[in-house]
Design a protein around this ligand. Structure first.
Ligand code: F6P
Length: 506
């Protein structure tokens, strides 16, 4: 049934953005929506403006039909009910329960885990583990990208503890953190859902070694483990009282809300972390309770599908016009590419058409002076998201923020309008799409809603493509081969053999 809808979608006319605005005077009201983070009139909000995309009434009607054909409502209900939506691994995907929205028992368990986490965070802030000034957080992928982003976004005004998120196995990363920490006042958080990831476990050992070499009498006494595998953490040497567990049904790239967010709570304090969860919960409720185009993550997914499948776009750009959100493209790369970079459907049959585009991006205005040439005049059509905030995060002269936002809005306008010139090299084709997400302010709540919006957008895209966004088997083969290399005894292709020999490995 979904194939028939796709055929109809392919046959529709493709009016230009200018034509769409000309034809429909209510276009802005239809496609630009304010999302409120609270009910009182001073509550902060976020504007989601998808009017400069090529969605029109005809496309929306068919995308809504596609949502019906792919049982969007049923799959969404299953997600929130804590059913096994990750069928290949036989698991639920209960990140929303961490925010208080989901199956009753899972919400209760998440609340219990958060309660324990809050108690430990507050005890450390009060000095229960001695003088803690620095926290080295070792983790990788979903166990690092979210904490790094959240701390960079929300703790610039002064963190309660100086946090260093270290992910790479390359010792340069850990050495850089050591250079900024005093061992006498440093604690270690080991973040790993599985507690087996080679990079994280190797880095953790090295931090223990560094503490020991620097005369810390009981390095293991400085460790907190954030994991869904508490038994493995105990076996590794972490004291049971300092293990912060989370549920197996929380996926790695969806785990920022669980105890993986420990360094965020350490940096911000528990009340701000709780607000961050509440902001995400507001987006969860919107996503759960709203149908069709009015559902913001689903609306974004309609546009994503339009560009990937009907216009052949192989990438999508994300540009944060806010230094605090500079790490957002990195975070979204894992969320979107690890979730939806698949070739088979939930039922195992091959996907007919492209799946996740390559997510890339950067920070404005820097990116304007580096990569925007291609966006304006290149041969690739790249749908772009601009993300900005009305209130600046600094105290410098107003000119900084005025120029920043003027440039952000100018880019969207220029991409759409283009400009004709006698000289082909100076011509801009225009009709290039963008969406704008404009936050009133970057606060724990608005940031939580922004991240949850992207999680649900990713899920909505997966449903429309009929794929499972919650497994990631594609990362396994490389890990297996790296292990074989470590162990020795396996022969590889001539190129790989030559590289190994040159590096003196194997
Ligand atoms: O290899 C990919 C991956 O499994 C990610 O999905 C995950 O976020 C990351 O590795 C880290 O895994 P863990 O938290 O178990 O160490």
């Amino acid at each position: 049934m979904s194939d028939a809808v796709w055929e109809q979608l392919k046959s529709l006319d493709k009016p230009t953005l200018a034509e769409l605005f000309d034809r429909d005077s209510a276009r802005l009201d239809t496609f630009a929506t304010r999302f409120e983070l609270g009910s009182d009139e001073n509550a902060s909000g976020i504007r989601f403006d998808w009017s400069k995309t090529h969605l029109d009434a005809a496309h929306v009607e068919l995308f809504e039909a596609l949502a019906k054909a792919t049982d969007f409502a049923g799959r969404r209900a299953a997600l929130f009910a804590g059913e096994i939506v990750n069928v290949t691994e036989g698991r639920a995907a209960e990140h929303t329960a961490q925010r208080g929205v989901g199956k009753e028992e899972s919400v209760a368990l998440a609340a219990e885990n958060h309660h324990r986490m809050a108690a430990i965070v507050e005890a450390i802030h009060r000095g229960a583990m001695g003088d803690v000034k620095h926290l080295i957080h070792v983790g990788i992928g979903g166990s690092a990208l979210g904490p790094a982003l959240a701390i960079d976004a929300l703790a610039r005004d002064g963190a309660m503890v100086d946090v260093h998120v270290v992910s790479n196995i390359d010792g340069n990363a850990l050495e850089a953190a050591f250079a900024k920490c005093d061992p006498a006042t440093t604690m270690l958080a080991i973040a790993s859902k599985t507690f087996t990831t080679i990079e994280t476990m190797t880095n953790a050992e090295s931090v223990i070694g560094w503490l020991r070499e620097n005369a810390v009498a009981d390095p293991y006494g400085r460790v907190v483990a954030l994991t869904a595998a508490p038994a493995k953490a105990i076996e590794w040497g972490v004291d049971e009282t300092r293990i912060l567990p989370f549920s197996e049904s929380v996926g790695g790239r969806y785990s920022l809300w669980s105890s993986i967010g420990f360094p965020v709570a350490m940096a911000l304090g528990w009340p701000d972390f709780a607000e961050f969860l509440d902001g995400a919960a507001a987006m969860d409720e919107h996503f759960r309770d709203t149908d069709g185009l009015a559902n913001l993550p689903l609306r974004a997914a309609f546009a994503d599908q339009y560009y990937t499948r009907l216009r052949g776009c192989q990438t999508r750009g994300v540009f944060a016009y806010d230094e605090r959100l500079a790490l957002l493209p990195d975070y979204l790369q894992q969320l979107e590419m690890e979730s939806n970079g698949k070739s088979v459907k939930v039922d195992g049959s091959p996907v007919d058409g492209p799946t996740a585009p390559i997510t890339w991006g950067g920070v404005g205005t820097d990116a304007q002076h580096a990569v925007f040439q291609l966006l304006h005049q290149g041969t690739n059509l790249v749908p772009v998201d601009f993300i900005a905030a009305i209130v600046p995060g600094h105290d410098l002269a107003a000119a900084h923020h005025r120029i920043l936002l003027s440039n952000c809005f100018a880019q969207g306008a220029a991409l759409m309008a283009g400009k004709k010139s006698e000289d082909p090299a100076r011509s801009y084709p225009g009709d290039r799409p963008s969406a704008t997400i404009l936050l009133d302010e970057v606060s724990p709540a608005s940031f939580g809603a922004l991240v949850a919006f992207h999680e649900h957008r990713t899920f909505a895209n997966a449903v429309l493509m009929e794929i499972n966004p919650f497994d990631q088997f594609g990362v396994e083969l490389g890990k297996e081969i790296a292990k074989q290399i470590e162990q020795g005894g396996t022969r590889f292709d001539p190129s790989t053999e030559a590289l190994l020999e040159l590096a003196g490995i194997g």
